[in-house]
Design a binder for this molecule. Structure first.
Ligand code: ADP
Ligand code: MG
Length: 597
């Protein structure tokens, strides 16, 4: 039996074992431990949203947990509110805090994000200890009641256990919905390559923000349930140890698998209990076991299972009528090459320290034309593409796309307006299939959002449409046989084509290709040239950075040459090859003579 086929029976066995656990280990103490494991499973599932799905090291999950426990404690023990009110308030306060801190923090680079989120817990801890009248100070608040609602009280033991685990189920469901559709694919791209995401009109900041709030909301659920289970709230709940446990669960279980979070929580809660008999040695043995898991399975237990039993790729997910997507594929219009500039670049300037990477560069791309950008290494070609696509903010000049100024726009908004690109150093997501790498470019067109992801039914119609569109593009580029392979397993030449397919799937009006023929053999180069000609013939405007003059000779309709950031020539390729300055700077006299022969 193949690994993929074993996954389902193993999953069922795992669920049965989980259900049998509290039936077999049914002493009040065991039930309480299992209830606590459920609470930590919720915390870890919530943590996966930020730490797993978008890959940001947040260190505030413990703070949200402790804060919401205090909110529940204060409202239930001191003010006597029932569960529905305390529960809603706990989540709301947690989310509100996340929103407040994420505004300045989420745009920061990763390690600052970690540090900034670390600080929040410390501030709350000081507050909890010092604000005695509200929090009970170092001793905390006791007498938190069991959850009470609509006149019922959830009893301890089994009722509380089932109550808590029903929230584990709910959190798992929310996580599952977030992951499984087009929104989940976008999260994956944001985690692996945020710049690529931006080039596909996906706003990584917005997705990170949503995931951070969601992780705080779910931490709020865990904190509230913890207060009701432990019946006291104390500064211990805000201690950094909680955060460490949460991190351990997510790392041990696996960052992006829901069941990994549950397994991690069960293990981290129970391991010290199982090893209690070892007395002094138990810390060492516990740590040893956790380290062994990390060494043997760096991607966590879930990653280990993935390695041993690779999942089957969901071929059935593409509807049969994939060849006829509802909307047109880019470049399938009937626009003929014209003298209307689709993209006008005027006086573009960019400096890095003392280096003038671009100096007052002015030229236009005509609709349906193929413009080659040539120039020696370091002459500013990539910088030009990065400025046009908003990855770099130019220091001066303007860029007008189809009549709209785009100079001040974000990268993702420029992409949404129809500027597609590929990267000199490939930016594909290696552990995702070719099909999904390409399909994710439909994110903005499909108006994907987290709210809509929650409401996905049996299948995500958005993802299906996106995949079907992507399949259509892949067929046109002759890539359909690679559709279900992971990008990481592809040859270099195929990867270059997949990046082009991905950019085309965005339905761009202008496509910027940064050295698309680099590393391709002659056959591949000829195929690529044919594909690019086909795209231009259908009205797509192309800008191609390339060193290979043979490749460009028959392809380019226009050519510009950069040297030390200055545009030294622009015009028809035949004129450029003869231009004295171009020959001097780049082409070399020999090639110039050959080209003319
Ligand atoms: P090309 O693509 O033509 O080889 P680039 O646009 O990559 O050239 O680089 C142009 C110049 O700008 C080079 O001198 C390079 O070192 C500099 N440069 C490009 N990007 C950066 C950056 N992010 N930081 C500092 N210098 C840069
Ligand atoms: Mg370059």
């Amino acid at each position: 039996m193949s690994g993929a086929k074993l996954r389902r029976p193993l999953g069922i066995i795992g669920l049965c074992a989980l259900a049998a656990w509290p039936i077999v280990m049914s002493s009040p103490y065991d039930l309480r431990l299992f209830t606590l494991a459920g609470i930590f499973a919720i915390l870890a599932i919530g943590y996966q949203f930020i730490f797993g799905y978008v890959g940001e090291l947040s260190l505030s999950q413990g703070a949200f947990f402790g804060l919401s426990a205090y909110v529940t404690g204060i409202l239930a023990a001191k003010a006597g509110f029932d569960f529905p009110a305390t529960f809603a308030a706990s989540i709301a306060v947690s989310v509100l805090l996340a929103a407040l801190i994420s505004l300045p923090v989420l745009r920061l680079a990763s390690h600052y994000f970690a540090l900034a989120t670390l600080g929040i817990g410390q501030v709350l801890l000081l507050l909890a200890i010092d604000w005695q009248s509200l929090t009970g100070g170092a001793i905390g608040l006791s007498g938190v009641p069991l959850p009470r609602m609509f006149g019922f009280q959830i009893g301890r033991g089994w009722p509380l256990l089932l109550f808590v685990w029903s929230f584990v189920l709910l959190a798992a469901l929310v996580a599952h919905q977030t992951k499984r559709g087009l929104y989940g694919l976008a999260c994956h791209v944001v985690r692996q390559n945020a710049i690529a995401a931006r080039s596909l009109a996906i706003d990584p900041d917005r997705i990170r923000f949503a995931m951070f709030l969601l992780s705080a909301a779910v931490a709020g659920v865990a904190g509230a349930l913890h207060a009701h289970t432990i019946r006291i709230v104390s500064p211990e709940g805000l201690d950094f140890k909680v955060m460490i446990s949460c991190l351990t669960m997510a790392v041990i279980g696996g960052r992006t698998h829901i069941w990994g979070a549950v397994a991690g929580a069960l293990l981290v809660v129970h391991l010290p209990e199982w090893l209690r008999g070892l007395e002094q040695g138990y810390v060492i043995v516990t740590s040893g076991i956790l380290i062994a898991i990390l060494v043997l399975a760096p991607e966590g237990l879930a990653g280990l299972v993935d390695r041993l039993l690779p999942a089957a790729v969901g071929r059935e997910a593409i509807p049969a009528a994939a060849s006829a997507p509802a909307s047109q594929v880019a470049g399938e219009g009937v626009l003929m090459p014209s003298e209307t500039p689709i993209l006008a670049i005027r006086g573009l300037t960019k400096t890095f320290g003392g280096v003038h990477a671009l100096n007052d560069v002015t030229f236009s791309l005509m609709r349906g034309s193929i413009t080659a950008v040539i120039g020696p290494n370091g002459s500013g070609k990539t910088t030009l593409v990065n400025c046009v696509t908003g990855i770099y903010r130019a220091d001066g000049g303007e860029m007008v796309l189809g009549g709209n100024e785009i100079s001040a726009m974000n990268s993702e908004d420029i992409a949404a307006r129809g500027v597609g690109r590929t990267f000199q150093n490939l930016r594909l997501v290696d552990d995702m299939t070719v099909l999904d790498n390409v399909a994710v470019a439909r994110f903005r067109t499909e108006q994907t959002s987290l709210g809509k992801a929650f409401l996905i039914g049996r299948r995500d119609a958005r993802l299906e449409r996106a995949r079907s569109h992507a399949m259509h593009v892949l067929r046109r580029l002759g890539l359909e046989t690679s559709a279900y392979l992971n990008c990481g397993s592809l040859a270099h030449g195929t990867k270059r084509l997949v990046e082009i397919a991905r950019a085309i799937c965005l339905d761009p009006v202008v496509l910027l290709l940064d050295e698309p023929a680099a590393g391709l053999n002659e056959t591949e180069q000829a195929d690529l040239a044919r594909i690019l000609e086909g795209l231009a013939a259908r009205g797509l405007t192309l800008l191609i950075i390339e060193h290979n003059m043979e490749f460009l000779k028959s392809l380019a309709t226009h050519m510009v040459c950069l040297d030390y950031g200055e545009l030294i020539a622009s015009g028809r390729p035949s004129a450029i090859y003869q231009d004295e300055r171009v020959i001097e700077a780049y082409v070399g006299r020999r090639y110039g003579a050959e080209a003319m022969a």
